[in-house]
Design a protein around this ligand. Structure first.
Ligand code: CP
Length: 316
């Protein structure tokens, strides 16, 4: 089997399903498509992607849609469940069974952790998880690893700090799972109340992946090659007083630019609220807007490899 055929018709539910060689293959495919983008403008002609977004999104939905359109495919779906028949009480299972008749792939974001798996159960076309509650955001994790690989030249032997809301932030869970395939050091930096979830730590421990947990943000910052800031996920807090206690605990400020490495990169899955001072945006180490472009690159690779037996056919 061709190394890329292995992704054909695959569901993307969790970052845990990707081993090192899979991540490397997707990085290689993303870079190949980017380098030859004019040759791929019809690669997905005739294919339809349904984007079912039950939660708000800017980057994930629009980069999936742009990826699909730039590969010659078409898009349908909704960005607001209230405009669909969910509003009339239709179940997720029935929605998926219906949409599977109209599209070739379904990209779904939902507040419920079980939504992507449930969709998988009721669909005979591939399901791509675009964020399931606080659990995972596997395609964000993949685009983050692509960005790190491209900007740092490697994904090994780096000090990677995941900073902020490690309890409710789904992107950091997927990033941590993907990094368990590589030889970098992981630092989980969060308020005590928002530590990395046990299910993620248990999974890393099973793979003998070392990590350090701390709430001492400024002590670790000078060591880091990758500074991955995250937003405190206000919408996941049952008690807003608890949110108020932690919301301003980790803010990257102009003064921090003096203590971080000259060649560090600052990433953020975005949206940002106040955890990175906007004065940092013009520092060459701030890469979070470039990171959004890697999102479209990785999503092109994912869509092409899920929808085509030979995603590199356009190069032949
Ligand atoms: N990073 C991310 O998931 O952003 P959106 O919520 O805008 O899709």
């Amino acid at each position: 089997m061709d190394i890329l055929e292995k992704f054909y018709n695959m569901d993307v539910i969790s970052a845990k399903q990707f081993k090192r060689s899979d991540v490397e293959d997707l990085i290689e495919l993303s870079l190949k498509i980017e380098k030859n983008k004019e040759k791929f403008t019809n690669a997905l002609h005739g294919k339809v992607m349904a984007a079912l977004f039950f939660e708000p999104s800017t980057r994930t939905r629009l980069s999936f849609e742009s990826a699909m359109l730039r590969l010659g495919g078409s898009v349908t779906g909704f960005s607001e469940a209230g405009t669909s028949s969910v509003k009339k009480g239709e179940t997720l299972a029935d929605t998926i069974r219906t949409v599977a008749n109209y599209a070739d792939v379904i990209v779904i974001r939902h507040s419920k952790e079980g939504a992507a798996k449930l969709a998988q159960q009721f669909s005979d076309i591939p399901i791509i998880n675009a964020g399931n509650g606080s659990q995972e955001h596997p395609t964000q994790g993949l685009l983050d690893v692509l960005a790190i690989h491209d900007l740092k030249g490697t994904v090994d032997n780096l000090n990677v700090g995941l900073i902020g809301d490690l309890k409710y932030g789904r992107t950091v869970h997927s990033v941590a799972h993907l990094f368990s395939n590589f030889k970098s050091n992981l630092y989980f930096i969060s308020p005590e109340q928002l530590k990395m979830q046990y299910r993620v730590k248990d999974s890393l421990t099973l793979k003998n992946t070392n990590f350090v947990e701390t709430s001492n943000f400024r002590e670790i910052l000078p060591k880091l090659d990758v500074i991955y800031m995250t937003r405190i996920q206000k919408e996941r807090f049952a008690d807003l007083e608890e949110y108020a206690k932690v919301k301003d605990m980790f803010i990257l400020t102009e003064d921090d630019l003096k203590i971080i490495k000259e060649d560090a990169i600052i990433l953020h899955p975005l949206p940002r609220v106040n955890e990175i001072d906007p004065v940092i945006d013009s520092d060459p180490r701030a890469k979070y807007f470039e990171q959004t472009y890697y999102g479209m690159m990785m999503r092109k690779a994912i869509l092409a490899s899920v929808l085509l037996k030979d995603p590199l056919e356009s190069l032949k």
